[in-house]
Design a protein around this ligand. Structure first.
Ligand SMILES: [Zn+2]
Length: 331
C-alpha cells in the first residue's frame, strides 16, 4: 500500500459511510493543463511557466504524493453568469482571436488559448467547491490562470478576465445551499474585482491585505461593511501582516462564522517578487494558511477552497505554494 493511502486511511473522518472503504483525502489539487494555453507574450510576467514552477516544486518537495490531483470540466455559462452579465461574457467570447492577441486592457491580453484557460480556471474553482461541499476532500487548491481577483462585474483588468473565486463562491451560495462564505485575499494587490462583485452582499465577508498605495489604487475609500480591507505600506514584513491579521481579520471572521472559506491566494507579496514591494516569506504563508484553517475548523467543517492569484518570481511562487498546500494537507 502506498504512503498516500496509509495517510488517507489514518485521517478518514468518523462520519465516513459504513460499508464504503474510508478514503477521504484531505487536499485536492486542481491543475488543468488548459490553463497553460493562455499566454500574453514572452515579456509578460503572468506566464504559463508559473504553473510549471508550481508543479516542479510540488514534485521536488514530495508534496505531490500527499494531495489528490483531480480533473475538472470547463465552467458552464450558468456558472459564469452568476457573477458576470451575459452581455460581458458574450463580448469577451466574441473577441477571442484565432491568432495573435487582443487587448482587454493595458496589461490583459487574449490569445487563441485564453478562453479555454478562462473556462477551465473557473471550472476548477467550481469543481473544487463541489468536492469540498460533498465531502470528497476536506479542502482544495487550484493552480489556475488567468487569475481572477481584479475581474469586476463587467470589466477585465490586471491580468484577470473572469473572477474565479467569485464564480466559486456564488456557486456555493446559489447552487449548493451555503449561506455565508468568507473570501480571504492575501495577494499584494487589492482584489478590487471581488470587492466590486460582493460589496454589500451580506452573505459574503471579504478580508484582505494589500500594499498601498499601489495598483489598482482601490480598497481605501468607504468600502462596504462586508469588506475588511487592510492596506499596508511598501516593505511591510511578515510580523506586520501577522499583527493586522490578528487584530482585524480574525475577530471579523470569528463574528461572521463562515460556512465555507475561499482564498484568493496570491504570492506576489513575497520578498523575492518584483511586482510588489512587500517582504513575506514562505513561513508567513504557512502561518496565514493555518489561521484560516483554524477559522474553517471552528465554523465551516474545515471547508476551504484556495485559488491561485498572483506570484511572479517563479522560484518564490513554487516554494510559497508548497508552503500553503502543505499547511492545507496537514490540517
Ligand atoms: Zn497580485
Amino acid at each position: 500500500m502506498n504512503q498516500r493511502l496509509d495517510l488517507e486511511d489514518a485521517r478518514a473522518p468518523d462520519s465516513a459511510r459504513a460499508g464504503v472503504r474510508s478514503v477521504v483525502p484531505l487536499t485536492a489539487f486542481y491543475a488543468p493543463q488548459q490553463c497553460a494555453l493562455h499566454e500574453m507574450g514572452s515579456w509578460h510576467p503572468e506566464c504559463p511557466q508559473r504553473l510549471a514552477a508550481i508543479e516542479d516544486q510540488m514534485i521536488a518537495s514530495g508534496l505531490a504524493s500527499l494531495v489528490v490531483t483531480r480533473e475538472c470540466s470547463p465552467a458552464s455559462r450558468e456558472d459564469l453568469e452568476r457573477v458576470h452579465p451575459r452581455a460581458y461574457l458574450d463580448r469577451i467570447f466574441a473577441m477571442a482571436p484565432k491568432a495573435g492577441y487582443v487587448a482587454l486592457d493595458a496589461d490583459t491580453l487574449m490569445g487563441p488559448g485564453t478562453l479555454e484557460a478562462v473556462r477551465l480556471a473557473a471550472g476548477a474553482a467550481v469543481a473544487a467547491t463541489d468536492a469540498v461541499i460533498d465531502g470528497v476532500v476536506r479542502n482544495a487548491f487550484c493552480a489556475i490562470r488567468p487569475p481572477g481577483h481584479h475581474a469586476c462585474v463587467e470589466r477585465a483588468m490586471g491580468f484577470c478576465v473572469v473572477n474565479n473565486v467569485a464564480v466559486a463562491a456564488r456557486h456555493a451560495l446559489g447552487a449548493r445551499g451555503i449561506e455565508r462564505v468568507a473570501i480571504v485575499d492575501f495577494d499584494v494587490h487589492h482584489g478590487n474585482g471581488t470587492e466590486d462583485i460582493f460589496a454589500g452582499d451580506e452573505r459574503v465577508l471579504m478580508v484582505s491585505i494589500f500594499q498601498h498605495p499601489f495598483y489598482p489604487y482601490t480598497g481605501i475609500d468607504a468600502p462596504a461593511r462586508n469588506m475588511i480591507n487592510v492596506p499596508l505600506p511598501a516593505y511591510s514584513d511578515g510580523a506586520a501582516v501577522r499583527s493586522v491579521v490578528e487584530q482585524k481579520w480574525l475577530p471579523a471572521l470569528e463574528a461572521f462564522r463562515p460556512q465555507m472559506i475561499f482564498i484568493s491566494a496570491g504570492f506576489d507579496a513575497h520578498r523575492e517578487d518584483d511586482l510588489g514591494q512587500m517582504r513575506l516569506v514562505e513561513e508567513d504563508y504557512t502561518w496565514l494558511t493555518e489561521r484560516i484553517l483554524e477559522i474553517a475548523e471552528r465554523h465551516a467543517a474545515g471547508r476551504v477552497v484556495s485559488c491561485l492569484e498572483g506570484g511572479y518570481n517563479l522560484s518564490a511562487l513554487g516554494r510559497s505554494v508548497v508552503a500553503h498546500v502543505r499547511a492545507l494537507a496537514q490540517a
